[in-house]
Design a protein around this ligand. Structure first.
Ligand SMILES: Nc1nc2c(ncn2[C@@H]2O[C@H](COP(=O)(O)OP(=O)(O)OP(=O)(O)O)[C@@H](O)[C@H]2O)c(=O)[nH]1
Ligand SMILES: [Mg+2]
Length: 223
């Protein structure tokens, strides 16, 4: 099973499945990292930037991603694009459909090894963001916050905003931009570290987390 490769070919990406119910989740052993965040914050754009291709649909209209979409990266990692939460312009009827979809995935998915909680670097985390971060902590999954759209503010303000997000959500936080590519290397390190930690945990028999075949992730990112 182990290929011995250390590097991940991020460009080798493909859509594996689109799901609205658990029966549609892919049956595989790939470790999954899910992107959670408010609608329109830039979750799908982050995936597209990492893989350097428009695999995920993005839009200026909140509520673009309406299903749970699974993207295989180099057959080693699966990025999971979740519908956004908590955006007032998304009709209540639709939000009511999404909440259980997201919650069921985050609660029940055995392949899940980590979460990227995506927030807009320009705005303080919302009550929904804080609830999500709190819930993730209770669930005990490795999670980090990605403060995206960093290209929209001056670089000199990044550090202060990142520290504020880290404090509000209680998560290690990195700045990112899908437009300029800022933070891309940090993000890749975070994902590799999640893979490595999940693999070590699985080897130690600590939980049922999917084991990554191999990998020498970089050290943990500091906020
Ligand atoms: N300037 C800038 N715009 C961005 C960035 N990331 C995303 N956007 C824009 O923000 C809008 C929303 O991006 P999406 O990636 O569709 O957001 P999403 O979180 O997937 O939204 P939902 O699917 O509705 O939950 C689009 O118009 C993107 O072009 C970024 O880093 N910088
Ligand atoms: Mg989306």
């Amino acid at each position: 099973m182990s290929s011995g490769r250390l590097a991940i070919n991020w460009r080798r990406a493909r859509l594996l499945a689109t799901a609205v119910k658990p029966e549609q989740w892919p049956r595989h052993r790939l470790p999954e990292v899910a992107l959670a965040g408010r609608s329109n914050v830039g979750k799908s754009s982050l995936i597209n930037h990492l893989v350097n291709a428009p695999v995920a649909r993005t839009s200026n209209t909140p509520g673009r991603t309406q299903t749970i979409n699974f993207y295989s990266i180099d057959d080693r990692l699966c990025l999971v694009d979740l519908p956004g939460y908590g955006y007032a312009k998304v009709p209540e009827r639709i939000r009511r459909q999404w909440a259980p979809m997201i919650e069921t995935y985050l609660t029940a998915r055995e392949n899940l090894i980590g979460i990227l909680q995506v927030v807009d670097i320009r705005h303080p985390p919302t009550a929904d963001d804080k609830t999500m971060a709190q819930w993730l902590k209770q669930r005990g999954l490795p999670a980090i916050a990605v403060a995206t759209k960093a290209d929209k503010i001056a670089r000199g303000h990044w550090q202060g905003r990142v520290e504020a997000v880290a404090r509000d959500l209680g998560l290690p936080t990195i700045a990112f931009s899908a437009v300029s590519g800022a933070g891309r290397d940090d993000l890749m390190k975070v994902l590799k570290t999640m893979l490595l930690e999940a693999r070590l945990a699985a080897e130690a028999g600590l939980d049922g987390a999917a084991a990554e075949p191999e990998g020498q992730g970089a050290g943990p990112s500091s906020p």
